[in-house]
Design a protein around this ligand. Structure first.
Ligand SMILES: Nc1ncnc2c1ncn2[C@@H]1O[C@H](COP(=O)(O)OP(=O)(O)OP(=O)(O)O)[C@@H](O)[C@H]1O
Length: 510
């Protein structure tokens, strides 16, 4: 086979004539022989030695030891010094490269690279010491700047402080407490210290106090609404002013347990009392005795709004029979408008508040007689028992006439306990007039018999007799439905509504 190597037209894959290799051609057998490899190694060693000699000739000593580099800069300009340093740096770099390529020399990175960030215990200690020194310096500076605050610093020149220092944290706590006025009103505590325990307690107290005040505010707002007028009532009153029922509502006459009574005026000639019932259940708890047998009070919340209507209805019944009481004018939801008892916008006093020492015996007796007549007529003509009659619900107008008010709880005689309530009314009245010195008052039994035309005896307790009578003489209607005696009152209530030609007795007025 012809030897193709000598052919000048021989081209490589890119169409170019291949350049003849400078290196001697070595057979594969030679490459694989150990002597050849050894020879190669020796040759490299020789080349390396030769290179090092060259470097020595160029730069002098190229030792890689950690000897300190010294440069005598005497008489040198800055530029010469810089050049010398640059040369030194270059030389070291060359040596490092040469050494790195030699398998017999280990590369020491510390010499050319920044110190590694590996931390040791001793380094930690050093850092702590450094930090402490920096803190000391900072506080020393602060103290120097503000000599007046030096009392915050613990005694002794070598004492160091951190943010956890009691003095520093105490001052910081005091600042925070003082500046955080929203949560805690502290007064002036500038310059004082508060230790952490106290500070934490103060903050916790501040938070709970803020919450408590919010709750308190809520309650206050609700209470204001309860005792005076809520927004719905205000709207209703405004509507009545627009309708010309009255011109203005100009103040509170009284706030009772269950209501607020306001004064309203029209043309400065006519005055009205507006009774706004509270709409919270708590106020009606003490009414349980009136309502415990009454079907309407099974759901007490639903019943709150009927108190105004009930009073309106009772006042209507009484006014119809000409009893001295406020004239009912309007009722809607929990608001009742009635005529005002008094003079010049001044409400008539309750018997409780009358100055009886200015009254003669006859005048006092006259007042008692009026009350007795009211009780009799309420029972006989209106078929009602007041059920809360006392010196608190009887007003004395300037013409010395007694008027009865607050009849929302007044009950029809059909109520299974109406006689018991009448007995209590009698006891209240007799007790009061006895107290103000009215002579020759009847006994409880006498008054009871006078009002009811029943024949109770003096020898026995009136209430015991009344209980017994009620038990034996339930009305025929009630006997039909003993399980729900209050149904009787409902029946009467509905009959009365119908008799008043409307679903509600207030209908004719609204
Ligand atoms: N028509 C009126 N004219 C003048 N003052 C009145 C009138 N109605 C009520 N008042 C005044 O308002 C006060 C409270 O009225 P009323 O007794 O009806 O409300 P109450 O909430 O039932 O009060 P309490 O339960 O404390 O007796 C009365 O004591 C009286 O001074």
């Amino acid at each position: 086979m012809a030897n193709c190597d000598n052919n000048p037209w021989k081209k490589n894959a890119w169409g170019k004539t291949e350049k003849k290799a400078d290196e001697p051609i070595v057979s594969f057998v030679d490459v694989m022989s150990e002597e050849y490899i050894e020879g190669m190694g020796n040759q490299e060693k020789l080349e390396e030695e030769r290179y090092m000699k060259q470097l020595e000739q160029m730069f002098g000593d190229t030792s890689t030891s950690d000897e300190q580099f010294t440069l005598n800069t005497e008489g040198m300009t800055d530029e010469e010094v810089a050049l010398a340093l640059q040369r030194h740096f270059d030389r070291e770099a060359d040596v490092a490269r040469a050494v790195a390529s030699s398998s017999s020399v280990h590369f020491a990175p510390d010499r050319y690279h920044p110190k590694t960030m590996q931390e040791t215990d001793s380094e930690d200690e050093d850092d702590d010491a450094l930090r402490q020194a920096a803190t000391d310096m900072l506080y020393a500076k602060l103290d120097a700047e503000n000599a007046s605050e030096s009392r915050l610093r613990p005694e002794g020149p070598s004492t160091s402080r951190t943010k956890h220092d009691t003095g520093v944290s105490g001052r910081r706590n005091a600042d925070k407490t003082f500046n955080d006025r929203n949560s805690l009103p502290t007064g002036d505590i500038v310059g004082d210290k508060i230790n952490n325990k106290v500070f934490n307690k103060l903050m916790a107290f501040g938070k709970s106090e803020a919450k408590r005040q919010m709750r308190h505010k809520d309650k206050e707002e609700k209470a204001t609404m309860d005792t005076s007028v809520d927004s719905d009532t205000r709207l209703l009153l405004l509507k009545w002013i627009n309708q010309g029922v009255f011109d203005s509502v100009d103040g509170i006459i009284a706030t009772g347990k269950e209501s607020a009574v306001l004064h309203a005026a029209q043309d400065s000639a006519t005055s009205y009392a507006i009774k706004v019932y509270k709409t919270t259940l708590s106020e009606f708890k003490n009414r349980s005795e009136y309502v415990k047998d009454d079907f309407r009070f099974k759901n007490p919340r639903g019943v709150l709004k009927i108190w105004a209507e009930r009073e309106f209805m009772n006042l209507s019944r009484m006014a119809k029979h000409g009893l001295p009481c406020p004239q009912p004018v309007k009722v809607r939801r929990n608001v009742l408008v009635m005529s005002f008892l008094g003079d010049d916008g001044l409400a008539a006093p309750r018997l409780k508040n009358v100055e009886w020492e200015f009254f003669t015996d006859e005048e006092r007796r006259s007042v008692y007689d009026q009350v007795q007549t009211i009780m009799c007529r309420m029972y006989k003509e209106c078929l009602l028992v007041h059920a809360d009659l006392s010196e608190f619900n009887l007003l004395l107008t300037p013409d010395n006439k007694v008027h009865v008010i607050d009849v929302s709880q007044a009950m029809d005689l059909s109520h299974p306990r109406s006689l018991q309530f009448l007995t209590r009314d009698i006891q209240n009245v007799i007790a009061f007039f006895t107290k103000i010195g009215v002579p020759n008052l009847p006994t409880y039994v006498q008054l009871f018999n006078l009002i009811t035309d029943l024949e109770m005896v003096e020898d026995h307790d009136l209430l015991v007799q009344v209980e017994q009578f009620s038990e034996e003489n339930r009305s025929a209607d009630l006997r039909h439905d003993k399980s729900r005696p209050a149904d009787m009152e409902l029946k009467k209530y509905n009959e009365e509504k119908k008799a008043n030609r409307g679903i509600s007795p207030a209908r004719d007025y609204n």
